[in-house]
Design a protein around this ligand. Structure first.
Ligand code: CP3
Length: 343
């Protein structure tokens, strides 16, 4: 048995002080991240250079002593490993060769081939499991199939995921085949991260909130449940965090239905509501609004205390409701941590 606080919370233990980490904790708000990223040249080179990816993963651990480190990579590396070209437009975000026809889905590389591209990611995990402080938990991750599919189909991020909804509604068989291919590859990808040393894995379903009714069940819940069942069969006891962002009422029962050990909460739900309706099933993670990392001050302190207070009677991992933004002030992160740990 381990004493790592994140693992204890994930097993359902209620701790006097919630363990803490932060989505995008390695990122552009940190000067040391910007320096290493400049050294790498561009974002994808940073992801695929194990020494540098490990370095940026460690930076927020050194600076703040977070209880968990999250592997530095991106959810779009997996679809890239299946074949489509990926690049990042400066100041705009990801671009990807689109996959919209049955022929294109069938032309994706076989699942077993993903490791050719993703081997450097596993090397990063190996470095981290050697170099992290003994009390720090290493989290691996992947995008959930629906969110990954939205980028593969549209070739970029979009507010409403219209292209993915259109394919789902006009050519269900092709869409389902794509979801199945991503699901299968995600199991292999996360399993390789665990073999390399990841102690927890998290599934990011950033666009789960745009799936309604039966679609939410079929394309957010079901693929997540399949991935978790396959991973737990191979790695008994592996803790899994699911993040069906903006699921709203869909958060209720999500952990039970998918087998997730923890559900990560965004800012569309209040901590009091989530304590009553979601934390009753087990550990939750969240959900301070990332804007506080920009604005700081007494409002940050009060909002942080409110989150801690709301979740104090159940297992809880303190986090933001989404990733920290590049305009955040590193001093506000310290204030949040001091407030969580000091009261
Ligand atoms: O949380 C972490 O620090 C771990 C690393 C991580 C990154 N992306 C690094 C990154 C993780 C877990 C992700 C997940 C990710 N990537 C998601 C799901 C979570 C979410 O935010 O909703 C999505 C949708 C992506 C795809 C992606 N990657 C987008 C849309 C962008 C551009 C937006 C932006 O912030 O610029 C990225 C780039 C990206 N991924 C950056 C980082 C640190 C910024 C790149 C840079 O340094 O220029």
């Amino acid at each position: 048995m381990t004493d790592k606080t994140i693992l204890r919370a994930l097993r359902g233990e209620v701790l006097p002080t919630p363990p803490i980490w932060m989505m995008r904790q390695a990122g552009r708000y940190l000067p040391e991240y910007r320096a290493t990223r400049a050294q790498a040249g561009d974002f994808l080179s940073l992801c695929y250079t194990p020494d540098l990816a490990a370095e940026v993963t460690l930076q927020p651990i050194r600076r703040y002593g977070f209880d968990a480190a999250i592997l530095f990579a991106d959810i779009l590396l997996l679809p890239q490993a299946l074949g489509p070209r990926l690049w990042f437009e400066a100041g705009e975000g990801p671009r990807m060769e689109t996959t919209t026809t049955r022929a294109q889905v069938e032309a994706l590389r076989p699942t077993g081939a993903i490791h050719d591209t993703l081997a450097p990611v596993y090397d990063t995990v190996r470095i981290l499991s050697r170099e992290l402080p003994r009390e720090t938990t290493l989290i691996g991750f992947a995008g959930a199939p629906w969110t990954v599919a939205t980028y593969m189909i549209a070739g970029r991020g979009s507010r409403d995921q219209a292209a993915a909804h259109a394919l789902k509604d006009t050519d269900r068989a092709t869409f389902q085949l794509l979801i199945d291919r991503i699901t299968e590859a995600t199991v292999e990808y996360l399993s390789a991260q665990v073999q390399a040393g990841a102690e927890v894995v998290k599934l990011f379903d950033s666009w789960a909130g745009s799936l309604k009714g039966a679609d939410f069940h079929d394309f957010a819940l079901a693929p997540t449940a399949r991935i978790i069942a396959a991973l737990k069969a191979r790695h008994p006891g592996l803790p899994v965090i699911a993040f069906p962002r903006e699921a709203g009422q869909g958060y209720i029962g999500f952990a039970r239905a998918t087998g997730a050990d923890c559900v990560a909460l965004d800012n569309s739900v209040t901590p009091e509501w989530a304590a009553e309706h979601v934390q009753c099933d087990g550990c939750v993670q969240g959900n301070l609004a990332p804007e506080h990392m920009v604005t700081g001050g007494e409002a940050l302190v009060q909002a942080t205390r409110r989150v801690v207070q709301a979740f104090r009677n159940g297992p809880h991992i303190f986090n933001l409701g989404h990733g920290i933004t590049p305009d955040a002030d590193p001093a506000n992160v310290q204030l949040m941590i001091d407030t969580v740990r000091g009261g």
